[in-house]
Design a protein around this ligand. Sequence first.
Ligand code: MTE
Length: 318
Amino acid sequence: MLIKHADDIRSSEITPERAYVNRRQFMQAAGAALAAAAGALAPESPLVTVAGAQAAISGVRKGPFGTTEKWNSFDDITHYNNFYEFGVDKTDPSRYGGSLKTKPWTVAVEGHVNRPATYHLEDLVKPHALEERVYRLRCVEAWSMVIPWIGFPLADFVKRVEPTSKAKYIEFTTLLRPSEMPGQRRSVLDWPYTEGLRLDEAMSPLTILAVGLYGKTLMNQNGAPIRLVVPWKYGFKSIKSIVRIRFVEKQPATAWNNATPGEYGFYSNVNPDVDHPRWSQQTERRIGEFFRRKTLMFNGYGDQVASLYAGMDLKKSY
Ligand code: MTE
């Protein structure tokens, strides 16, 4: 990211944990919100509309791979963001994200698949059982958070659209709409933001498409209405506000790799042994904590994903 130093975060930018909600309180609150919204319930949709608020999400089961570490507060997760489409400061996405209209929303599926289609968000999400996945997110800027996402395995969606044998990678693209995304009026990155995964990375049971967090639909600053979450990779791989998923034969270009190839590789696996050219990746600061922690290889998800990279030199393929 375009920052001077990994730890160059003013203390005033760090939101105190004002709004930490423990799990039981949260479940009670979510239940109450759900009951209050009963009149507005769309029975076929898991995304329950509540006027003037984030919608509570119904029917979420507990998913696998969750960490038992303390969740970051809702306040931290929604006010300390990277979403350059709204500006480069951590508070810009929460300040300016409100201008983005996420209804209606479509996602185009293109390329080497038997079932190319443009999905309305509801149709994309409806067939999938939604899970809560509490994952660590490790940003390339050497900070981290623990976030209770709600989503479903990307693999399940990929199977639905039936990739052909030519599909080796997936390219994801964020919405391009400068009228609602003020950061896109400046050429900080080559818009629209794009990211990519190898097909086997996309099929990992860890990789999810997220539609919510903390029991509610995503706020715009977190990538509403649908984003990727790839917890063993630096946060910038987890592309927000996706409008296109394209199955391709060759490794796709990605926004950060285009901008600064020597700093941001295609793989971008969390790796304490490969420094960023401008700072070390050996430690990280968990938002809300004072002391730094050691960064774990693959962000601690090595048991699930190390085999994907057997035989590769991860210092070269950074
Ligand atoms: N997706 C888009 N479209 N634009 C961005 O600027 N920033 C990335 C990633 N996805 C980004 C994006 C980075 S650098 C990080 S660390 C995560 O989003 C942050 O996600 P969060 O704000 O929900 O914690």
